[in-house]
Design a protein around this ligand. Structure first.
Ligand code: F6R
Length: 603
């Protein structure tokens, strides 16, 4: 959702900024730009296109200076175009700004500034920040004061960074509800939306909180309260990810790399100390009502977990799409909200948590991104430790979230006395077995799944069905396919199909069936009915199943067997691989599908 980066100090600013931009491209990639301050002036270059393309086209390497800011954009206000790309400059072109977020009152501010002689060039909300900074700077001749007054007037969400012609060795930056981090290096300091931007240069970081701004130069960084102007004491945290973890490591795409990292992500989730799991289970045990919250893939993670909470712990903990939470749910001090978020920055989930807190609920979050906003806003945080996820499509983070939530369900079942020690041990053993199940799947099946993808990727209507705990996996497999191939794909419960969607089925449709193991007789037989209904209407039937002797599908994707409850886990991985190979065959970009961004920090 727009990537901001900045560097103060050092001799190869454009080269390092380019690398930061590439690392943040997952946050938005419809246009990008760079501004460098040098010799009392600012030079800006920007255009539409991917970072590498624009870097060449606009010859960013020619820019020289010791301080620079950069941006890759995910358009919200104003279509992707050269003029709407960031950085935006003030009317006198002595201030350049990059922004992530949405300025809610930009129309009003634009009117006021236009009346005061400011000359706007873009359709963006972001440009008002540069113009407002100039307006206040001209009034007081003091940039720190200009920032504070600007922040006072801006409504909405933002992280921004600015370079100023008259102070060419300094970056000014500020945060309100969008992430902003300072990287403290040896010969330079950095600012960015995410630590992965500069992790190859420094692992020492300082997090800005809401309503704080900072002044960053080559050898100093100082954070201030926007309300009082007082300097803030900040600790330097050390990030334990390495730069290699954030790179492709020989895979053609981050998506494939991250799919292959799933056995490791599952193992890391299983190695989270039991005390950390029990802390959240205890909160659930003490609550009268537990909600599981996420959005997109993460919503489907909570949907699956909802089955596990019921099956394992005997607790109905409804899964709610974060964006609907405040419209739907009753919340009070006896409520626990467990939010799940890879990025820890998702606007909808943060807002739902804030709503829950405001109504007295206890809050917990399971998060992957270190230092993200969510980790600082909830009562209890559990870090998943899945390592950085760079592809826009969530894969390994989602799988690791499922494991964490399952462990919480097991712990809760024990606390409630509804799960025996034997049953607990059996479930834990089965969870550990998943590491090997996924390894085998990833060693043996991708070539086969690629061949199936070749035979079906030209179909333009897809349906994924599953029943019981296979249903959320069907919804997620459909989401993966549609987001990366742009093919319309529906996911739904098997039982729902005959209540309407069945009329779509004909020989132009691929129907992917998530087939339970026969030992789960009721689910198996009900799903079998769906298979017959779809077969008789001519659909191309693809089965994700566990039985090499099954002969009912047109295409079989036979998966290594897992405990029946955890069968959705290999199904999810098969769905990811199918989507990946279809994307490659259809020449879609697997890491950066159109119109998406990894960290959705806007409403
Ligand atoms: C899809 C995907 C998204 C995210 C959603 C929530 O592959 O990645 O649907 O799951 O935007 O993101 P987080 O987990 O960061 O809150």
């Amino acid at each position: 959702m727009c990537g901001i980066s900045g560097i103060a100090g050092g001799s190869d600013v454009t080269k390092r900024l380019y690398s930061c931009m590439l690392n943040l491209e997952y946050r938005g990639y419809d246009s990008c730009g760079m501004a460098v301050a040098s010799g009392g002036a600012i030079e800006v270059r920007k255009n539409i296109g991917r970072v590498a393309e624009v870097f060449e086209k606009e010859r960013f390497a020619e820019l020289s200076g010791e301080t620079g800011i950069a941006h890759s954009r995910w358009a919200t206000h104003g279509a992707p175009s050269k003029v709407n790309s960031h950085p935006h400059t003030s009317s006198d072109e002595r201030i350049a700004v990059v922004h992530n977020g949405i300025i809610a009152n930009y129309v009003k501010l634009k009117e006021m500034l236009t009346e005061n002689g400011h000359n706007f060039r873009s359709e963006t909300d972001s440009e008002v920040i540069a113009q407002l900074l100039e307006f206040h700077h001209k009034k007081h001749g003091n940039f720190a004061r200009a920032i504070r007054e600007t922040m006072e007037e801006l409504e909405g969400t933002y992280a921004f960074a600015a370079v100023v012609a008259e102070s060419p060795d300094v970056i000014f930056c500020a945060r309100n509800k969008n992430p902003l981090i300072i990287g403290v290096g040896k010969d330079a300091n950095y600012v960015a939306s995410d630590v992965v931007a500069f992790i190859e240069y420094t692992k020492n970081v300082v997090y800005l909180n809401d309503n704080e701004y900072a002044v960053v130069s080559k050898d100093s960084h100082q954070v201030f309260s926007a309300a009082t102007g007082a300097p803030m004491e900040k600790e330097i945290d050390v990030i334990n990810w390495d730069a290699e973890q954030a790179k492709k490591g020989g895979y053609p795409h981050f998506l494939l790399k991250e799919i292959y990292e799933q056995p490791t992500a599952v193992r890391s989730a299983l190695q989270i100390p039991i005390e950390d799991i029990e802390r959240i289970a205890k909160m659930a045990q003490d609550a009268e009502q537990v909600y599981l919250l996420g959005v997109g893939t993460t919503f489907y993670v909570t949907m699956l977990a909802q089955y596990y909470f019921k099956e394992i712990a005997g607790v109905f903990a409804p899964s709610i799409s974060s964006d609907e939470f405040s419209y739907l749910c009753n919340v009070d001090e006896k409520t626990l909200v467990i939010a799940i978020s890879q990025s820890g920055e998702t606007f909808d989930t943060l807002e739902a948590l804030r709503y829950a807190k405001a109504n007295g609920a206890k809050t917990a979050a399971i998060v992957n991104a270190l230092g993200s906003s969510m980790t600082r806003e909830v009562d209890e945080v559990l870090m998943q430790g899945a390592g950085p996820e760079k592809s826009v499509l969530s894969t390994k983070a989602a799988l690791s979230q499922i494991i964490v939530l399952t462990r919480i369900a097991i712990s809760l079942g024990e606390m409630r006395g509804s799960l025996s020690a034997d049953a607990r041990d059996e479930l834990n053993t089965s969870l550990w077995e998943l590491v090997d199940v996924l390894r085998r799947l990833l060693d043996e099946k991708p070539g086969f799944i690629r061949r199936v993808a070749k035979r079906i990727s030209s179909y333009t209507k897809w349906l994924f069905i599953g029943r019981g705990y296979h249903m959320p996996a069907a919804l997620e497999a459909a989401l993966k396919l549609k987001e990366v191939t742009y093919i319309p794909a529906e996911g739904m419960p098997g039982g729902f199909m005959k209540h309407g969607p069945i009329s779509m089925i004909d020989e132009d449709m691929v129907a992917v069936v998530l087939m339970p193991t026969p030992e789960n007789e009721r689910l198996y037989n009900s799903t079998l009915i769906n298979v017959s209904e779809m077969k008789s209407r001519g659909a191309k039937l693809v089965g994700f199943h566990f039985n090499p002797d099954e002969k009912i599908f047109d295409e079989d994707i036979v998966l290594p067997k897992a405990h029946y409850l955890f069968a959705p886990i290999p199904e999810l991985v098969a769905g990811q691989l199918l989507a990946y190979f279809c994307a490659i065959l259809l020449k879609r970009h697997p890491d950066n599908p159109r119109g998406l961004a990894k960290s959705v920090t806007v409403e």
